[in-house]
Design a protein around this ligand. Structure first.
Ligand SMILES: *Cc1c(COP(=O)(O)O)cnc(C)c1O
Length: 601
């Protein structure tokens, strides 16, 4: 009772600060218990982060909603805020040059839902699957897959438009890869119909739902590890991967190595432990692409012990924008897979019938092409015409060892919300390909309801931007990245200070010493800590997306040129982190979760 009174007192004290007569905080007082809602125990605007230019109170909702005046005033504030932040936006690889409102705004008044497989129509007909298929065909062609999708043509692609961004695409790639390597199957259940028939004998009608059996091949005595995939990705990999490892309970080489082979790491860290992720070339000092020699050594360690291999490559790392050389990596790894029987494995899916088996690879290569997969094909086209001196390494379905690719729609394209593409091949879906007895089913999409508007956004952009236009955009942004790098190097010379300016060739990003918080906010700079030659450094980066201009770069340089733009950072380990480390020391380390950096902040 006394606790409740305290809260009431607190609320009445704070109520003077509220703009509306009836904030949610006071709802239950006013309604005499008629409204069954909880009341706040603290004034939200006093504890939430302050946002420059935003008055938190004017956005607080109440049981009565807001008056039209209040609502419009709030929306005005919102518009001003987003417009200003957009004007100076240069810190993330999301394109802010959007041109959809005029033609597409009317679709905000439709609920467009592409639930289920893009290649089946389904009964939710207010959908855009016919557009989704055209968009998927476009990317299948751009990534040199066989198209259109045809369930009978096992070499043809399969994919879908994601409701999340590449995080969902990576999740799908890892999920698909894990199940494929773990010898899982989706089979039509031949007993479903007989059971329904039998059950209906009591006179009540029974439906015959199509039922699938999710089945697991059994590991044979001679290789107990045959269906335990082990995952590899570089230390420049997006943080979504570590989350995905936990969600899907996939073991990384670090986890398995530490658990089962603690003293046998072929390329140990200085303290003898396993590296947590595959080293990048020259580690933090380097360009950010995966160290293929290190990858090969680590993969061989596990391949020789019979484990199937799951690799996630990066095509455009989040922070440095680096491109893993997927082709060279494949060439280094294929002989290893051949040596240890991981190329064409017979996977038996009917324990009673040894003639029923599926031939599967014992490895899965997923390419996280969040940014790079969208525009590097155009850099390659420009290179073929000698419009640019360099191109990126091959990464797409031209490489027979690539199993899946993901890409974000809000990065290069500039969609108004997160979305993306996941693509694999029909033959990698979880069904035995050649057995007519088992009809199988298309692998399901991860999400249930899927955003049908995103497919329209992709389509509209691709309809308005020919290859020619996209080649021009790619060349322009590449040129802008080199320009920004030069401007920052000039600034460094002018200031006579080392600003750690670095640029990975062909990337659209330049990284440098993190400036003060005001500049970080104004330009939405993404920041990350890196160790370089034993020194912990705070970096930030800028990304040259289609909306970025030389003028914007000049404005940033002007701000960086001001007194106190680069305050000295306190680089000690902060208290809460120290606690986490302490808590972990006594326990088995399952995985390492970057919760700052890598584009997280
Ligand atoms: C941005 C990014 C992701 C995550 O994509 P979302 O679209 O934000 O989910 C994954 N990988 C890389 C390399 C990225 O840059």
């Amino acid at each position: 009772m006394s606790a409740t009174n305290e809260h009431q007192d607190r609320n009445s004290e704070n109520s003077e600060n509220n703009t509306g007569e009836s904030s949610l905080a006071q709802a239950s007082d006013r309604a005499n218990g008629e409204l069954t809602v909880s009341r706040s125990v603290q004034e939200p605007c006093q504890i939430y982060p302050e946002v420059p230019g935003i008055d938190c109170n004017s956005f607080q909702l109440s049981p009565d909603g807001l008056t039209p005046e209040q609502r419009h005033a709030a929306l005005n504030q919102l518009y001003k805020y987003e417009s200003r932040q957009q004007e100076f936006f240069i810190g993330y690889q999301t394109n802010q040059k959007l041109d959809f409102a005029e033609d597409l705004q009317q679709y905000l008044n439709f609920h467009l839902n592409n639930v289920g497989d893009p290649f089946t129509s389904g009964n939710l007909t207010v959908n855009t699957k016919f557009i989704e298929r055209a968009v998927l065909d476009y990317y299948a062609s751009l990534w040199n897959a066989r198209w259109p999708h045809d369930p009978q043509d096992k070499e043809s692609y399969w994919g879908y438009v994601l409701t999340m961004g590449s995080t969902e695409g990576n999740l799908c790639g890892m999920w698909n890869g894990r199940d494929y390597l773990a010898g899982k199957f989706l089979l039509d259940d031949p007993d479903a119909e007989a059971e329904a028939k039998k059950a209906s004998e009591d006179g009540r009608p029974r439906s015959i739902p199509r039922r699938l059996i999710y089945q697991q091949a059994r590991a044979t005595g001679e290789n107990p590890n045959a269906y335990t995939p082990v995952a590899f990705f570089s230390e420049d990999t997006h943080y979504s991967l570590t989350k995905i490892m936990r969600t899907l309970e996939i073991k990384t080489f670090y986890e398995l190595g530490t658990e089962l082979y603690p003293n046998d790491c072929p390329i140990p860290e200085p303290d003898g432990t396993w590296p947590k992720e595959v080293p990048s070339e020259d580690r933090n000092d380097g360009p950010g692409s995966i160290d293929i020699k290190a990858l090969a050594v680590l993969v061989e360690f596990f391949a020789s012990r019979g484990y199937p291999i799951l690799v996630c490559f990066n095509y455009g790392t989040t922070f440095k924008g680096a491109y893993d050389d997927v082709e060279e990596a494949g060439q280094a790894l294929m002989p290893i897979f051949e040596t240890y029987g991981l190329c064409q494995r017979e996977v038996y899916y009917d324990p009673a019938d040894p003639s029923k088996y599926d031939i599967r690879d014992g490895f899965w290569f997923h390419v996280d092409g969040a940014l790079g997969a969208a525009y590097m094909p155009f850099v390659e086209m420009a290179y073929n015409r000698r419009q640019i001196e360099q191109r990126g390494p091959n990464f797409d379905f031209r490489l027979p060892f690539v199993h899946s690719i993901s890409m974000s729609g809000h990065k290069w394209i500039g969609a108004p919300w997160p979305c993306g593409i996941y693509m694999t091949k029909t033959k990698f879906q979880l069904r035995p390909p050649d057995d007519p007895e088992y009809l199988g089913s298309p692998d399901t999409t991860f999400a249930g309801s899927r955003n049908g508007f995103s497919a329209i956004i992709f389509w509209d952009y691709l309809a308005k931007n020919s290859y020619e236009a996209q080649i021009k955009k790619a060349l322009r942004t590449e040129e802008l990245a080199r320009y920004a790098y030069q401007q920052l190097v000039n600034l460094e010379q002018r200031l006579g200070k080392d600003l750690w300016v670095e640029y990975t060739p062909l990337s659209l990003t330049v990284r440098f010493k993190q400036p003060n918080d005001e500049i970080v906010f104004k330009y939405s700079l993404s920041c990350e800590e890196l160790y370089v030659s034993g020194e912990k450094r705070k970096y930030c980066h800028i990304y040259m997306m289609a909306h970025v201009t030389r003028e914007l770069i000049h404005k940033l340089i002007e701000d960086l040129d001001k007194y106190n733009a680069f305050p000295e950072h306190n680089l000690g380990i902060s208290e809460p982190q120290a606690e986490i480390f302490a808590a972990n020391n006594a326990m088995k380390k399952l995985s390492h979760v970057p919760h700052t950096g890598r584009g997280f902040k």
